[in-house]
Design a protein around this ligand. Structure first.
Ligand code: AP5
Length: 245
């Protein structure tokens, strides 16, 4: 066993090994964090998550991305989730709770996690509390991406995505170097099926009715930090850093 992993390591370029070593040293000094990002569609959760993930060495668990991958792979989970997602409705609590319960136990979540798009109902929040209680930990902070609905249509309908990496662009606010093409790989960008003005209405409706009560749930626990999500991305990042420092 030892010789085969040594042989594998020999094949890794020294610079990559050094970069990984430095990353691990930096991560060892970071405190554990368990974060929830909550906000309506297009409020910037997916934009800020990779920055927070890198800074604090956390895993990024986005239930929307996980469900879209399941739909694309036509797994039993994906088949069950597709209809609700296409209509902009929430999928059932049982489906998403199961995904998160498994995911937070992975080694990549050892220093904590960023939950992006979960919990979205009070039942999901209660189930999450039960899962964490079993591990003897709790949610440290809930970042509330507060923003007026009126701003969101332009953000959602202008969004373009590189499916395999999850990189997000916007025709006006974060354009790629070449329209329709990923900056890094040169591959084509796509638009999400639910990123239309009509489906956005249902998604916002679900947010106000089912997800806003989750913010109140965590406010009672004193862990919510309100962000000004209407500001430009870099200014939102500064607010996030202040809250988490
Ligand atoms: P999900 O994938 O979670 O979608 P969402 O919550 O609607 O969030 P978005 O990904 O649309 O928005 P975002 O806040 O990440 O915005 P982004 O940063 O990309 O869920 C999809 C579906 O899955 C749900 O409808 C449901 O059916 C199902 N689902 C998922 N989780 C579930 C759960 N827990 N329970 C039940 N069902 C679940 O930004 C948007 C655009 O704006 C980008 O183009 C970006 O470049 C731009 N932008 C970002 N920030 C700024 C800024 N500050 N200024 C200007 N432009 C900006």
């Amino acid at each position: 066993m030892a010789s085969s992993s040594a042989a594998t390591l020999e094949d890794v370029p020294s610079m990559d090994l050094m970069t990984e070593l430095l990353r691990r040293m930096k991560c060892a000094s970071k405190p554990d964090k368990r974060l929830i990002l909550i906000g309506p569609p297009g409020s910037g959760k997916g934009t800020q998550s990779p920055i927070i993930k890198d800074e604090f060495c956390l895993c990024h668990l986005a239930t929307g991305d996980m469900l879209r991958a399941a739909v694309a792979a036509k797994t039993p989970l994906g088949v069950k989730a597709k209809e609700a997602m296409d209509k902009g409705q929430l999928v059932s609590d049982d489906l998403v709770v199961g995904i998160i319960d498994e995911a937070i136990k992975k080694p990549s979540c050892q220093k904590g996690f960023i939950l992006d798009g979960f919990p979205r109902t009070v039942v999901q929040a209660q189930k999450l509390d039960e899962m964490l209680e079993k591990q003897g930990v709790k949610v440290d902070k809930v970042l509330n991406f507060a923003i007026d609905d009126a701003i969101l249509e332009e953000r959602i309908t202008g969004r373009w995505i590189h499916p395999s990496s999850g990189r997000t662009y916007h025709t006006k606010f974060a354009p790629p170097k070449t329209p329709g093409v990923d900056d890094v790989t040169g591959e084509h960008l796509i638009q999400r099926k639910d990123d239309t003005a009509a489906v956005l209405k249902s998604r916002l409706d679900a947010f106000h009715k089912q997800t806003e009560p989750v913010i109140s749930y965590y406010k009672q626990k004193g862990v919510v930090a309100d962000l000004h999500a209407e500001k430009p991305p870099k200014e939102v990042t500064v607010e996030v850093e202040k809250v988490l420092s």
